[in-house]
Design a protein. Structure first.
Length: 185
């Protein structure tokens, strides 16, 4: 499934819900651990892929965040931010589609490096930064163009008290590969 055409900017302008301990009615059991894990998603995917992991940049540039993103970042709606969209690929399959929003005010000082991370994982940078704090996780069910629903989570990260927003969409291929891995254990 080509992700850039399956998701649109509008897919991310949705209602997000904070969940501490989601119930079966709120989130299917399988996705709960993925949606509520506060650790490094990159590390978890690298383990699952047995090291066959890479980041593919789909798009990066200056644009206006969605209303929902601007509100989460406390930005004015017409203000532009650096937006980075990537696919996290494990075993040559897109497992996660991630969208990160960096306000211009965040990209100063040592955080200027965030403009130039290329195909490196943002998670490896975030989780190695001693100033990093993570805000509460929010979840949502996003609708793809083919009407298929996928689960996503987002949270604010703070580096030296400067915010950035990271949204991660968990794709069907991830569930298929992990189920196969569990069957082989």
């Amino acid at each position: 499934m080509p992700i850039p055409s399956a998701l649109t900017k509008a897919s991310f302008d949705t209602r997000w819900t904070s969940l501490r301990r989601p119930t079966e009615q709120q989130v299917p059991r399988y996705w709960r651990s993925w949606l509520t894990d506060r650790g490094s998603l990159t590390q978890r995917l690298v383990r699952l892929s047995q090291g066959d992991f890479r980041v593919e940049v789909v798009w990066q540039g200056w644009s206006r965040p969605t209303r929902s993103e601007a509100k989460a970042l406390n930005m004015r709606t017409r203000q532009r931010a650096l937006i980075r969209e990537v696919q996290l690929i494990g075993r040559d399959q897109a497992w996660v589609y991630a969208r990160s929003v960096f306000p211009a005010t965040t990209l100063t000082g040592s955080q200027r490096q965030l403009k130039l991370i290329g195909t490196r994982s943002l998670g490896t940078i975030l989780f190695r930064d001693p100033t990093m704090r993570r805000g509460p996780l929010q979840v949502s069910r996003l609708q793809l163009k083919d009407r298929q629903a996928v689960w996503a989570r987002r949270s604010l990260f703070y580096l030296s008290d400067k915010p950035l927003l990271v949204c991660e969409v968990f794709l069907p291929a991830l569930q298929q590969v992990e189920c196969a891995a569990e069957n082989n254990r």
